[in-house]
Design a protein around this ligand. Structure first.
Ligand SMILES: Cc1cc2nc3c(=O)[nH]c(=O)nc-3n(C[C@H](O)[C@H](O)[C@H](O)COP(=O)(O)OP(=O)(O)OC[C@H]3O[C@@H](n4cnc5c(N)ncnc54)[C@H](O)[C@@H]3O)c2cc1C
Length: 508
């Protein structure tokens, strides 16, 4: 039997694809200007990657989500959406947990050597001295660059494992220009000097913000309240419905077709389309289709995926007050552990706290396809192996998988994005890509929100170039003397540009 198909909606209304920060911001801004819209969301919740998942009354993020921005319009919008008392100002604390000890982050020479103990400290200094005399020949890759500055031992302890967990390929296959952004002119020698001298001498090290804002029930609270406000002004949000086709006439989109989780399609006539769905998938959904070379560019955009294992534990068993700790141990797979009680005391309940073990993965790999039970068991064992607590302390566990959490930058991504963008400009003038996957930008929420705000202004008659939005102007991190890296694009985050052949090999 044919799945049911229906038509609904108002051709004078915009359709917004995705109810994450970008989509909801767009709907909110349109509503403020007196225009209702329909939001189509494939999932069953708001917030996208910035959601707060709720399971059995426990709330936790996909990774912790700090709210910080240098864009006044975004800052103002956060406080317009969420009542003042619901926003907390939280201290930031995050350290590296290695071999049972907590190391400062960013790494400080004196602290690192002290924690490693005298024998290992001597070995590290020796290894550093050796690397100064015999620096790696190839310092264009991240490994060679780091070894030249820290020696092999410290490199293996503090850089190699974590970086490989996050990006999924060997550090020796990553570019060094990105290293210059992350580690900013630091070396072991400088790190030791810095840790022994007053703070003002540390100006060349990336300074990480000390405080951030956080909704008291997690980032999802912002998006849940935003949803209520958008609906109160007459806009609709349809959940469990995935946009699969966009019909074009001439150079305009005229209808959006969405498929419900259980089958059955609904067609919505549109005045404009604001899209935060993955950029490639947006172009692939065009009907009549884009030419083959454009579709090849669409298929060329890649992602890294993410899953979190949330474990409910007695609050008193969590011995650290960091918001999160970095896990450098090579024998456990988790890369970072969130301590949600330190993000907000409102996330602790009945004397229980939630820890979030984070895993970056490729969709379809062994971790991604493992059952929830296996992943929870692995998470418990990893906690025990790390010496953080006993597996038996864990009272409940939940798994959330987040496909396409990280848009990947490879050597073709800029060209691919450019092909899609030019084609859309000429063939779908009323389609506005916004946000993270929507524009294939490794970003923070403020970039997603700001591109949505400016796109709404464009719909209302302005002429902003949203591709040149830079939320880092006057950013909280000190500017690097090394200049912008290839992956730096004014989005609040930087990412390495990885080689496609290495990524393909890692996926296999
Ligand atoms: C681990 C991690 C930690 C982070 N930490 C921070 C932080 O501390 N601070 C910060 O500001 N940012 C942080 N970010 C970034 C932040 O999550 C993103 O910037 C933000 O969520 C992007 O919002 P968006 O609306 O552009 O996209 P998304 O959040 O991806 O939302 C897109 C929505 O579109 C829906 N969708 C996709 N395809 C379709 C379709 N075909 N039809 C219908 N719906 C569809 C999706 O289901 C999703 O709900 C972090 C990201 C990660 C992965």
């Amino acid at each position: 039997m044919e799945p049911p198909s229906e038509a609904t909606g108002d051709p004078r209304e915009a359709v917004i694809i995705g109810a994450g920060p970008a989509g909801l911001t767009a709907a909110y801004q349109l509503a403020k200007s007196g225009r209702t819209s329909t939001l189509l969301e494939a999932d069953s919740v708001v917030g996208g990657i910035s959601r707060t998942t709720e399971r059995d009354g426990w709330r936790f993020d996909m990774g912790g989500h700090r709210f910080f921005t240098k864009v006044p319009a975004v800052e103002q919008l956060w406080h317009e959406i969420l009542p003042e008392g619901d926003f907390l100002l939280r201290p930031r604390k995050s350290r590296i947990f290695y071999d049972g000890k907590y190391f400062d982050y960013p790494i400080r020479g004196g602290n690192a050597l002290r924690n490693l103990g005298p024998v290992e400290a001597v070995r590290c200094v020796g290894s550093y001295a050796w690397a100064r005399v015999h620096p790696p020949k190839d310092q264009d890759n991240y490994e060679g660059w780091l070894v030249a500055r820290f020696g092999w031992r410290l490199y293996r302890t503090f850089f190699k494992t974590y970086t490989e967990k996050v990006w999924g390929i060997p550090v020796s296959q990553m570019p060094a220009d990105w290293a210059a952004q992350r580690v900013k002119g630091l070396s072991l020698g400088k790190a030791i000097v810095n840790s022994l001298t007053p703070k003002r001498n540390q100006k060349d090290i990336t300074s990480l913000i000390e405080e951030f804002q956080y909704p008291k029930f997690g980032p999802g609270m912002m998006w849940e309240v935003c949803r209520e406000k958008v609906e109160a002004r007459g806009s609709k949000i349809v959940f469990g419905t995935k946009v699969t086709r966009i019909r074009r006439q001439g150079d305009r989109a005229v209808e959006v077709e969405a498929t419900a989780a259980g089958g059955g399609t609904t067609t919505y006539p549109v005045s404009e389309v604001i899209s935060s769905m993955p950029f490639g998938a947006l172009v692939e959904a065009m009907d009549p289709p884009a030419p083959d070379e454009v579709r090849r560019a669409a298929a060329g955009l890649g992602y890294r995926d993410f899953l979190t294992v949330a474990l409910v534990v007695p609050a008193e068993r969590v011995a650290w007050d960091d918001n999160w700790i970095y896990i450098h141990a090579p024998d456990v797979r988790t890369m970072r552990i969130q301590n949600f009680g330190s993000w907000s005391p409102f996330l602790v309940k009945d004397g229980r706290n939630v820890l979030g073990l984070e895993y970056t993965v490729f969709e379809g790999d062994q971790s991604w396809t493992a059952s929830d039970e296996e992943l929870i068991e692995r998470g418990k064992q990893e906690l025990e192996q790390l010496g953080l607590m006993e597996a038996a302390d864990v009272e409940a566990g939940y798994v959330v998988r987040m496909p396409k959490a990280y848009p990947i930058y490879d050597e073709h991504y800029r060209a691919n994005v450019e092909v899609l963008r030019s084609w859309l400009d000429a063939n779908a003038v009323n389609v506005y890509p916004v946000g993270r996957n929507g524009m294939h930008r490794y970003n923070n929420q403020d970039h997603s929100m700001y591109t949505a705000m400016l796109s709404v202004e464009n719909i209302l008659g302005a002429d902003h170039d949203i591709w040149s939005v830079n939320v880092e102007a006057d950013y909280h991190e000190e500017k690097s003397a090394d200049g912008p890296g290839q992956g730096r694009s004014g989005t609040g985050r930087d990412a390495p540009v990885l080689r496609r052949e290495y990524l393909d090999a890692a996926r296999r």
